[in-house]
Design a binder for this molecule. Structure first.
Ligand code: ATR
Length: 275
């Protein structure tokens, strides 16, 4: 129940009605008996600055930031954590007595979700498909953990831009063309493009290039056509649901100062069609 003492956390985005985060966090608060409430707010781009000021004015504990505000929010914050600077996007804000601190929990989410499944990053050659927002979070996580990163993107200039941003963190190379020979070098393939979200999307690479000793990771939360092909081929496969849950768990920890109830969050996500 909401009382005079209830602490508020929000999520700002446009659109916002499909967000899964309120269910995840409110269930976690209930499970742990915490007097917090997580509320979605539809925030239009032209009112983002006012919305950020409202975090202080209304004494929110913090907020999540989602599409399309993750980059635009940066100039309005008082401090930006290292990972968010690299990724050039903030998805979590903590209100520390009026000082707004920007974090990005996506890289942490990605790494923890794959570590949990026993995927080894250190010393592995990892092919990253894509060079957009999601790809930058993956790049940060992989380089931080000592993986060798190879980036392939439709727009080559964006891949070079990503390399420029991240090269001081570790080994990163651009792949200009995917073929069967090149594919033999990689132990892990990550799809961080948006291909697979829509039913008629082409696959980001030819599935015949995959081999059963490779791990295929898709950041999309459902079985994309390429993920299905990778499974058929005998690859170990992971979809994006683990990353979603672990990034939420990290945000929870930043706001509340306690570990999130991961098993509950996983169950809620798995049963999401029931809500
Ligand atoms: P997100 O925040 O989900 O990462 P984004 O920043 O718009 O979204 O990035 C989308 C990624 O998917 C980019 O790497 C994009 O490639 P471009 O840089 O060439 O645009 C990739 N992508 C989207 N549609 C694609 C398509 N039809 N073919 C190949 N890559 C595509």
């Amino acid at each position: 129940m909401i009382t005079g003492k209830t602490k508020i956390i929000g999520i700002f985005g446009d659109p916002i009605e499909h967000t899964f985060s309120p269910l995840l966090h409110n269930s976690a608060f209930r499970e742990l008996g915490l007097d917090y409430c997580y509320v979605p707010f539809l925030v239009k781009s032209e009112r983002l600055k006012e919305a950020i000021e409202a975090i202080r004015a209304l004494n929110f504990i913090g907020v999540n930031i989602t599409v399309p505000h993750k980059e635009a929010v940066i100039p309005y914050l008082d401090e930006i954590k290292e990972e968010a600077k690299y990724i050039e996007a903030v998805n979590t804000i903590l209100n520390n007595n009026g000082k707004l601190i920007g974090f990005n929990t996506d890289a942490y989410g990605f790494i923890n979700s794959i570590f949990e499944e026993g995927v080894r990053v250190k010393g592995s050659n990892i092919l990253l498909l894509g060079a957009g927002g999601a790809a930058k979070a993956v790049a940060f996580g992989i380089l931080k953990e000592g993986g060798n990163l190879f980036v392939f993107n439709r727009t080559l200039s964006k891949a070079y831009k990503l390399k420029e941003t991240f090269q001081k963190m570790g080994n990163i190379e651009i792949i200009k063309e995917i073929n069967a020979d090149i594919m033999k070098n990689f132990q892990i393939v990550v799809n961080a493009t948006s291909l697979g979200l829509k039913d008629n999307d082409p696959m980001p690479i030819n599935p015949n290039f995959l081999s059963r000793d490779q791990v295929y990771i898709d950041l999309i939360y459902k079985d994309t056509p390429l993920l299905k092909e990778a499974k058929k081929c005998g690859c170990k496969t992971l979809d994006g649901s683990g990353m979603l849950i672990w990034q939420a768990a990290k945000a929870f920890e930043i706001w509340i100062g306690k570990a999130a109830p991961l098993p509950l969050m996983k169950k809620i996500f798995k049963d999401k069609k029931n809500y």
